[in-house]
Design a protein around this ligand. Structure first.
Ligand code: FAD
Length: 634
């Protein structure tokens, strides 16, 4: 079998914000680095990010600082976050944004010329550095420009622009390789995949891999995510022996388009609400005032007048409840629609037309204006949008070391949406873009220093390569079921049975369905050749989506409480006992599926927990933890 072979120090899988930042770091530390991405270079999910990157720079409100950001992030995640990650993120995000600016990013400015920052749900102060509602595009453009600048430097220094950093686009990785024979290290030795265009096989010999493959949304029917989000990195990590955490927590963004059906799920940025847009039901009522949960009661306005005043005077008013964290808003919309107060197409109304002058709307929200005009023939400067929840982001992912991104298998690192912990049970808007930069850099550095410490490169055995090739080519050699049938059934199952509101019977039903789909997936076949064959690609992606869906459903069944992106109809409250636990998914030794286990979280460091008020903490933590806090405060 002909297989193209390459040798690198670090292979970064994924060219979104996390992957590019990791690759830049590894290259800056002198490592020969490959960037591999299954989409075109530049078409990562990050490019779709609209609202901005959260960083406590204090440009618009000088009261902001890392401690306020840390507190907001922990609150948003309902205190389940890996607090070390939340701490590093809050402390380092401003430097990462300024670094982007130094590399050429053109952020919107305040009147006095600083990087402008906008309001977003759950953030106490205006904190999102942004470029209109196209921030992700600028972030990716800047990081790509940085990659090119490094390549130009390599051209000057070594006469070869790709000597130290090279991009392999439209190239999908299907297996991570390990040195795993008897008496061998069990360390990562490379990655195996195929070129999407011509179906040829490719192998990377590399001691360090950084996974930066993004999320899993394509396991659901209604999603803001695009075709690449099939949970590849999550599955590759599991198959290589790493663990996934927090997989039950999925963010259903409150505002996706609901009409027409062909665009259902496409995101309507939170900036619409951040910039003054309000949610109304079919009776014209601003219903979010009825849905302020107990834990947030003192932080949100209780009247429309106060909420409206907040946009111009934040010091003396509380924020409107449209800006509650996303999980709260999504559940509220779901309840309104279920109660028969929805819009004709099954959403609710999001109105900015009566709140801002038309010119201002077009200036601040150009993509939204364009998106609704082109896709739904709705002019958002004149009429309300219809919106409803859409599967948007997974808080769960690869369990990593906060400081280095190391993923438990020697040589494996992960960053960005594919990693878990940072956002706890619910991510605040804007915290992903800054997460990519902070932890992308750390994972790139972690991989580089791991390579520096190696005595010898782990070897790739020919048996391992043969098994990976056979697995990749198998669907082409079968005249089996159409993979699209299996995929659609999986999407329906996850949407209907493990969606925004969950019940034990339904999740169990989903698990039974996933087991059957796993069997069917073994038999799917792809007609045609290896040359650009999407049916074949999907047949391979199914393994990943099914593994990830099994993790989501098993963890959702085990966690008997409601928290953030996991709402159990049969266990509606948050439980302080459950907060101390995270759920860990691991591949069964025989590869038959996954097992989920509880693990106790390490308690928050003293100097971090004392950043919170006792009154707030007691809403989340156990009596025992509260007693420990009291002892500290004495
Ligand atoms: P991505 O940017 O998705 O990149 C993943 C990369 O992995 C791609 O290059 C893909 O081709 C590659 N890949 C995947 N599988 C494989 C494989 N098997 N082999 C090879 N390559 C592979 N967050 C914010 O903070 N602020 C916002 O304003 C915001 N707006 C958003 C708007 C939308 C519409 C969406 C969908 C998300 C938004 N988010 C936002 C979330 C944020 O954009 C994502 O969480 C983030 O961009 C993920 O970045 P990443 O680097 O982890 O992955």
């Amino acid at each position: 079998m002909e297989i193209e072979r390459h040798e690198y120090d670090v292979v970064v899988i994924g060219a979104g914000g996390a992957g590019l930042r990791a690759a830049i770091e590894a290259r800056q530390q002198g490592k020969r680095t490959a960037i591999v991405c299954k989409s075109l270079f530049g078409k990562a999910h990050t490019v779709m990010a609209e609202g901005g990157a959260a960083a406590a720079m204090g440009n618009v409100n000088s009261d902001d600082n890392w401690m306020v950001h840390f507190r907001d992030t922990m609150r948003g995640g309902k205190f389940l976050n890996n607090w070390r990650m939340a701490e590093l993120h809050a402390k380092e995000a401003p430097d990462r944004v300024w670094e982007l600016e130094a590399w050429g990013a053109l952020f919107d400015r305040t009147k006095d010329g600083k990087i402008s920052q906008r309001n977003f749900g759950g953030h106490e102060y205006p904190r999102l550095a942004h470029v209109g509602d196209r921030t992700g595009l600028e972030l990716i453009r800047t990081l790509q420009q940085r990659v090119v600048a490094l390549q130009q430097e390599d051209e000057r220094l070594h006469g070869d622009a790709e000597a130290y950093i090279k991009v392999f686009q439209e190239c999908t990785i299907t297996r991570l390789l390990k040195e795993a024979g008897p008496g061998e290290s069990g360390a990562i030795s490379g990655a195996f995949g195929y070129w999407r265009e011509n179906g040829k096989l490719i192998l990377f010999d590399a001691p360090a891999i950084v996974l930066a493959t993004g999320g899993i949304g394509k396991s659901y029917v209604v999603t803001s995510n695009s075709w690449e989000y099939t949970g590849d990195g999550h599955a590759l990590a599991l198959l290589a022996g790493a663990k996934l955490i927090n997989m039950e927590f999925i963010q259903f963004h409150p505002t996706g388009m609901v009409w027409p059906p062909s665009v259902r799920g496409i995101l309507v940025t939170e900036s619409v609400r951040g910039d003054g847009g309000v949610l109304r039901n079919s009776e014209g009522k601003r219903f979010m005032f009825d849905y302020i949960p107990e834990v947030f009661k003192d932080k949100y306005a209780t009247t429309e007048e106060e909420g409206d005043r907040w946009y111009t005077d934040q010091a003396n008013n509380r924020r409107p409840p449209e800006l509650l964290p996303r999980d709260e808003v999504a559940r509220a919309i779901n309840s309104e629609v279920k109660a028969g107060r929805g819009s004709p197409q099954g959403g609710v109304y999001l109105d900015v037309s009566t709140r801002l002058p038309a010119a201002e709307i077009v200036k601040r929200l150009p993509s939204m204006h364009h998106q609704f005009k082109e896709l739904a023939d709705v002019d958002i400067t004149k009429e309300a949008m219809q919106v409803g929840p859409t599967c948007h982001y997974i808080m769960g992912g690869v369990e990593v070391d906060a400081d280095t991104g190391a993923a438990g298998v020697p040589g494996l690192f992960a960053a960005g949406e594919v990693s878990g912990g940072m956002h706890g049970s619910n991510r605040l808007g804007g915290n992903s873009l800054s997460d990519l930069l902070v932890f992308g850099r750390r994972a790139g550095a972690g991989a580089a220093s791991y390579v520096d410490g190696l005595a010898a490169r782990p070897k790739i055995s020919e048996e391992v390569v043969a098994a990976a090739s056979a697995e990749a080519l198998a669907p082409l050699e079968r005249a089996g079921e159409n993979p699209y049938e299996v995929h659609h059934e999986l999407q329906r199952t996850m949407n209907e049975l493990v969606g925004i509101i969950r019940k034990a019977e339904e999740v169990s039903e989903a698990l039974e369905a996933v087991e059957k789909l796993k069997e069917r997936a073994q038999g799917v076949g792809a007609a045609g050749s290896r040359i650009y064959n999407p049916g074949w690609h999907l047949a391979l992606d199914l393994r990943n989506m099914l593994l990830v869906s099994e993790c989501v459903a098993k963890a959702a069944l085990l966690r008997q409480e409601s928290r953030g992106g996991h709402t159990r109809d049969d266990f509606p409250g948050m439980s302080p006992e459950w907060r101390t636990k995270i759920l860990l998914c691991a591949l069964n030794p025989d590869g038959s599926g996954v097992t989920v286990e509880e693990q106790v979280q390490p308690p928050m460091r003293d100097d971090l927990i004392t950043l919170f008020d006792r009154d707030e903490l007691k809403k989340y933590i156990t009596e025992e933890e509260l007693a420990a806090f009291d002892a500290l405060a004495k």
